[in-house]
Design a protein around this ligand. Structure first.
Ligand SMILES: *Cc1c(COP(=O)(O)O)cnc(C)c1O
Length: 496
């Protein structure tokens, strides 16, 4: 089998192996690692129909992680996708009206981040062994709410690792915050920062690029890595569920062999939808990649005009995991449509950090035709939840609702009747207050946990363990800091 190597989006430095890319997270020049060439599946997609999740995941991931042995990769996969998930399908596909909801929230922290973060710690420890790393690995993560808890759950207690999570103190849902600050494990640290997600993410990126700090850490026996979706070890596992969704549609006779499908992805940092793009590049028959945004609609404007412009107000919405103005993973797509020209991509990224904006030339925009962007505000989000609930009894979360609304708008706009998968990224229990208020404003006055009981009654679903767990859990993390203080907080935790 051909080896797949990874190179940076910002310079033509030497390519690295998959395990090296996973260990490093971000490339030394500040760029993101991309496969030199996106590999193809070596089995026809129809051969995946009826296969369990772990087998599909193996078929997809082995193409990307070519320096892992079969045994290593299979061990990582079976350790990740086990009874931590509350359904043996791992990522069930649920048909509601004429859309298929790919439910990616059945893992330990009830959001789709579990799909990648339950396997990343295993990929990371195998990678460390493979590369003879002696340092303890310090995972540094900025979160808009869901990555943090999923990463904490994945790395807590994993030997040879520590994990530090920064979240915007006033920018996550009450359940998200409670989930994080109650995290157990001596190797974990959770810190609220005064600022928004972009501040947290920029802070973390700056720390990764701080060469003096890197030396200081190394002397003390530590090195940083990332659990954010800038890590290729996050992206690759996400490609798998698009192949799995397609295989499920085939297996149930919902589509004919080779029939293209559309996917609608509620988007923030552009990781999930980029994984769909990779799935398409691998050979999964995906037609349109539909990018759904909330009111922070930088991406919609970008697809509409070719100009990326982050100079705007940051809006706090009921879909906080998508409240993002700098979608990091878009860089991987920009690099691609720039003809894999690192210099040109680098110029755009410099403009972005200097002035907050860049504009693609016409010929690059032409290469974005597989994508369609749209958005919806708070009213549309609430309407999507209420309408589907009233018609069918199915209750979706706010992020999924943004996607469902955009899916319907896309159909109306274009008349395209292609079968469509809506990626369902969180359990409604994670955003109970917003979800229940969308169903009926009378719920606004009620307490969080009584709303949770009511949601369980209305949807006839069991309250997930992740929610039961936080009802009584003590708060263990109380650190709050300014964004300028992030480095100090890290040093204190590591005792250096
Ligand atoms: C992270 C997240 C998103 C956004 O995914 P990206 O890969 O960052 O685009 C959407 N919905 C939920 C619930 C999330 O946790």
């Amino acid at each position: 089998m051909n080896q797949v190597y990874y190179k940076s989006t910002r310079s033509d430095s030497d390519p690295v192996t998959a395990s090296q890319a996973i260990l490093q997270g971000l490339a030394k020049d500040g760029g993101l690692y991309v496969p030199v060439e996106v590999p193809k599946l070596d089995v026809p997609v129809e051969a995946l129909a009826g296969k369990p999740y772990v087998e599909v995941a193996y078929e997809v991931m082995k193409q990307f992680l070519t320096d892992f042995t079969e045994e290593e990769l299979k061990t990582c996969i079976t350790r990740a996708y086990d009874s931590k998930f509350d359904t043996k399908e791992i990522a069930p596909l649920v048909k509601v009206e004429d859309l298929y909801y790919l439910e990616l929230f059945h893992g330990a922290t009830i959001a789709f981040k579990d799909m990648a973060l339950s396997i990343l710690p295993h990929l990371m420890t195998v990678s460390a062994k493979k590369n003879g790393i002696k340092n303890e690995i310090v995972i540094l993560t900025a979160t808009s709410g869901d990555t943090g808890k999923a990463a904490l759950a994945g790395f807590a207690g994993v030997e040879g690792t520590r994990i530090i999570v920064f979240y915007p103190k006033d920018g996550v849902s009450p359940v998200q915050e409670k989930q994080m600050v109650t995290q157990r494990g001596d190797n974990t640290l959770v810190v609220g920062i005064h600022g928004n997600f972009d501040d947290a993410q920029n802070g973390v990126k700056a720390i990764f690029n701080d060469r003096d700090l890197e030396k200081e850490l190394d002397a003390a026996g530590f090195q940083f890595s990332s659990a954010n979706s800038i890590n290729i070890g996050r992206l690759v596992p996400q490609v798998a569920y698009y192949a799995y969704a397609y295989a499920q549609l085939l297996n149930r006779g919902e589509i004919k062999n080779g029939e293209p499908i559309n996917v609608v992805v509620p988007t923030g940092n552009f990781g999930n939808i980029l994984a769909a793009y990779y799935a398409k590049s691998m050979g999964v028959p995906i037609a349109k990649l539909i990018c759904a945004s909330n009111e922070n609609k930088v991406l919609y404007d970008f697809f509409q005009t070719g100009t990326y412009d982050r100079n705007r107000e940051f809006i706090l919405t009921s879909s906080p995991s998508m409240d993002i103005l700098i979608s990091s993973n878009l860089e991987r797509l920009i690099y691609k449509v720039a003809g894999e020209n690192a210099e040109q991509n680098n110029a755009f990224m410099k403009q972005l950090s200097a002035s907050g904006t860049y504009t693609l030339p016409e010929e690059m925009r032409d290469r974005l035709k597989d994508f369609y962007g749209n958005y919806t505000g708070e009213t549309g989000t609430a309407e999507a939840i209420r309408e589907v609930y009233e018609k069918t009894g199915y209750i979706m979360d706010t992020h999924t609702a943004v996607a469902a609304h955009v899916a319907k708008a896309y159909r109306k706009d274009t008349g395209d009747q292609t079968k469509t998968v809506v990626v369902s990224t969180a359990s409604p229990y994670k955003f109970t207050r917003s979800v229940m208020s969308a169903i009926d404003p009378k719920y606004q006055a009620e307490e969080d946990f009584s709303l949770i009981d009511e949601l369980s009654r209305l949807s006839a679903t069991k309250i997930p363990q992740a929610i039961e767990d936080i009802r009584s859990a003590p708060v263990l993390h109380k650190t709050v800091c300014e964004k300028e203080e992030m480095v100090n907080v890290i040093k204190t935790f590591l005792n250096i």
